[in-house]
Design a protein around this ligand. Structure first.
Ligand code: PA5
Length: 446
């Protein structure tokens, strides 16, 4: 068992007739996906990725990762959205949220180009001082402003430090196979490049070179990750809610949405899963939030957030449900010590492992929240690891596609993200008649 959906806490809100009622819609979504007849069907490359990927490029990624690990102390990964979240989620999922601070024989990895914060950039430049650096810039379009600014800064840094030729050896580019400014620049400068497949959108791209190169640099077995995704692909191929947990997840989400639950919290009890939640939020938010529809994806990390958001989830507006990752096994254990004086009154926990206490907190919370009318979907996850991450990625990607089609939207486009860019370019004075006209309109509103 890698991942198991448990509906133990849903019996009060979902009956067998609810499943029956939605079955037809799930079947339609399945048929559209596999016949490639639904909206966005040009972006279904991710469905076959785990079994159909470029093996030569995969080997080149593994080779580049070894080279990078030998060349640098700090590996700077530049990218935003789908060109950032998957890699960071995988590294923290497999290696822990404290990866950079743990003892290891792989480089520290820093992510930048995912905001326009002068403070973050300046701090990272300071961290890089006196240390050897390699860079992976990732942008499918090759034109996104945030990573483009960061790359300009790091290219200058590397060229000053190592000379143009030395920098060339330390810059790795992941972008479109033939289009975009980044591709043109890479060809002109002779950077090693990796390809973002045409038919895979950003938020579905973690198992392409977008995610795989940084993940491999962290010393994670990317072959195992692909194996996990491939096994999930066969485990979730049958269109039967009873047997297919991924389809059941898509069905439950839509049933709850139709009952008025418009917010879904991704809940985990481990810091190492916080970035997985961020990746999941982008996947579901950008896929489903359109045409005035969609479940708002949110996340909390328990037990930390039980002392903040817990109050709202227990007693606030009854608009949400939770999808809780119950991590069964952990690699590290810490026993709670016995204290003769028992001055803190904690001896009832002495000798117990912290993880067992954590899982008890999970059970107690699931019952409390369910009693408070926040339904809980439980996803029991065997353990953290490369294989399990690949498996989980495929589960959520397929679940998102089926859920999005069931909702009646195109889960593979993101027209809404262009609006802020148009305003920003206009206000920044980017040349062009359209920008100029928009700038005048916007300035009247400022
Ligand atoms: O999921 C998406 O498509 C987006 O989040 C993109 O990944 C993000 O905007 C970055 O785009 P690009 O890779 O073209 O720089």
């Amino acid at each position: 068992m890698v991942l198991k959906l448990k509906d133990t806490y849903l019996s009060d809100v979902i009956s067998s007739s609810d499943y029956k009622a939605i079955e037809g819609d799930i079947k339609k979504a399945h048929d559209m996906l596999y016949a490639k007849s639904g909206p966005g069907s040009d972006f279904l490359g991710w469905t076959d990725l785990p079994v159909n990927y470029d093996k030569e490029e995969f080997a080149r990624i593994q080779k580049a990762a070894k080279k990078i690990a030998g060349l640098c102390d700090i590996f700077v990964v530049i990218g935003i959205g789908g060109s950032y979240l998957g890699a960071r989620a995988a590294i923290e999922f497999c290696k822990g949220a404290n990866y950079n601070n743990l003892k290891k024989d792989t480089p520290d990895i820093y992510f930048t180009g995912n905001d326009i914060s002068a403070t973050n950039m300046s701090e990272l430049l300071e961290i890089c001082e006196g240390r050897d650096v390699c860079v992976n810039v990732i942008s499918k379009s090759g034109t996104t402003t945030e990573p483009a600014i960061a790359f300009r800064i790091f290219r200058e840094l590397l060229e000053k430090k190592y000379g143009k030729d030395g920098a060339k050896d330390r810059i790795f580019v992941t972008t479109d196979k033939c289009r975009g400014k980044l591709k043109e620049l890479s060809d002109a400068e002779g950077y090693e490049t990796f390809v973002v497949p045409d038919d895979v959108g950003g938020r579905y791209s973690v198992l392409t070179p977008v995610g795989l190169l940084p993940i491999a640099v962290a010393g994670i077995d990317i072959q195992e990750m692909m194996n996990g995704a491939a096994d999930a692909r066969s485990a979730y191929s049958e269109c039967d809610i009873e047997k297919n947990d991924c389809y059941k997840y898509a069905a439950i989400r839509n049933i709850l949405y139709r009952q008025g639950k418009s917010v879904e919290f991704f809940v985990s009890y481990e810091s190492s899963l916080i970035m997985t939640a961020e990746w999941w939020k982008q996947l579901y938010g950008e896929s489903e939030g359109k045409e005035g529809k969609g479940i708002l994806p949110a996340s909390v990390s328990f037990t930390t957030d039980l002392h903040s958001m817990g109050q709202f989830i227990q007693e606030g507006s009854r608009i949400m449900f939770e999808t809780v990752i119950d991590l069964v096994n952990v690699e590290r254990s810490v026993e709670i010590p016995y204290d003769e004086a028992n001055s803190d009154g904690l001896n009832f926990l002495a000798g117990k492992d912290m993880h067992d206490v954590c899982r008890t907190a999970f059970k107690a919370t699931a019952i409390a929240h369910t009693d408070g009318k926040t339904p809980n979907i439980i996803l029991e996850l065997e353990r953290r690891g490369a294989y399990q991450f690949g498996y989980l990625v495929y589960f959520f990607e397929l679940g998102c596609a089926i859920s999005g089609y069931t909702l009646g939207i195109n889960p593979f486009d993101q027209p809404g993200v262009e609006e802020y860019k148009k305003n920003m370019f206009a206000l920044l004075g980017k040349p062009g008649a359209d920008n100029e006209a928009r700038r005048r309109e916007l300035e009247a509103k400022l």
